[in-house]
Design a protein around this ligand. Sequence first.
Ligand SMILES: Nc1ncnc2c1ncn2[C@@H]1O[C@H](COP(=O)(O)OP(=O)(O)OP(=O)(O)O)[C@@H](O)[C@H]1O
Length: 298
Amino acid sequence: MIRLRQAAKYFGAVRAVDGVTLEVQPGEIFGLVGPDGAGKTTLIRLLTGVLTPGAGEIEVLGRRNLEDIKEHIGYIPQKFSLYGDMTVIENIRLLGSLYGADAAAIAARAREILAFTNLLPFQDRLADRLSGGMKQKLALAAGLMHRPKLFFLDEPTTGVDPVSRREFWQMLYRMNQDGMTVLVSTPYMDEAELCHRVAFMHQGRIVACGSPLRLRRSYPHRILELETSAKHINRHLAGVPIRDMNAFGDKYHLVVDDPETAMAAIRQALAAAGLDIGSLRETAPSLEDVFVELAGEE
Ligand SMILES: Nc1ncnc2c1ncn2[C@@H]1O[C@H](COP(=O)(O)OP(=O)(O)OP(=O)(O)O)[C@@H](O)[C@H]1O
């Protein structure tokens, strides 16, 4: 469905996409995961034919000339790209007419899609007056008008509230069950978990690719989760065999190789400093642990 071989795009000295080789199979929900500036948007722009690569090969839907794919793909760019001064239904109709459908077909498809995205009650509202989550649903609805086989979504849920994010992902799953291949970029690890396969992107490169389960299983160390109200605990853990330490909300993930020895040493060090341990236990590595490790290696 998508095939990239050593694809690259530089902006001056910035290697936004730096030799990416990747395949996405039909029927997948494929996640492109990475922090701001990793190169996700540039990669999606290359795949949708908005940008041309500086080097390498890109094939989408079996075609190298990406001008030919535009009517077969859906694309939600990061920035809202519909008309804020038009209503929901006007935006949808406009998109439908661009693909040459007749008015009756457009009206029927619009109803179907507005029902699917739960936007029917808001069809006469100006797009500018929609919440962030509803705007993204409208972008999705507009992109579905021409029944694309492949849908690209660039951080569709960034800045969207948790309930709308869940609804949005339920829609992606339903689209996928109806046969659509989805490539979605996200900075959120909980969304990465929802993908069939993910590619971790860091500084323009893919540093790992696989199912969330496989990636978590490939993690080479062990993780201890420490819950404590004490501050600056790293000062007190200087002599303890810890490879790395990362804050996850109000918890710390400590990267270790020997959990038993490390746990005993941590308890001893924190007790000696008079600090209280809420809880300390081994936990399974999360995708975020995997990514932090891979980003550090780079
Ligand atoms: N048109 C451009 N001109 C110059 N530099 C660019 C351009 N587009 C992207 N970049 C740079 O390329 C790098 C990758 O940016 P890109 O937007 O692809 O990352 P991203 O992972 O999508 O992050 P974000 O979520 O912040 O958009 C960044 O350093 C960015 O500043």
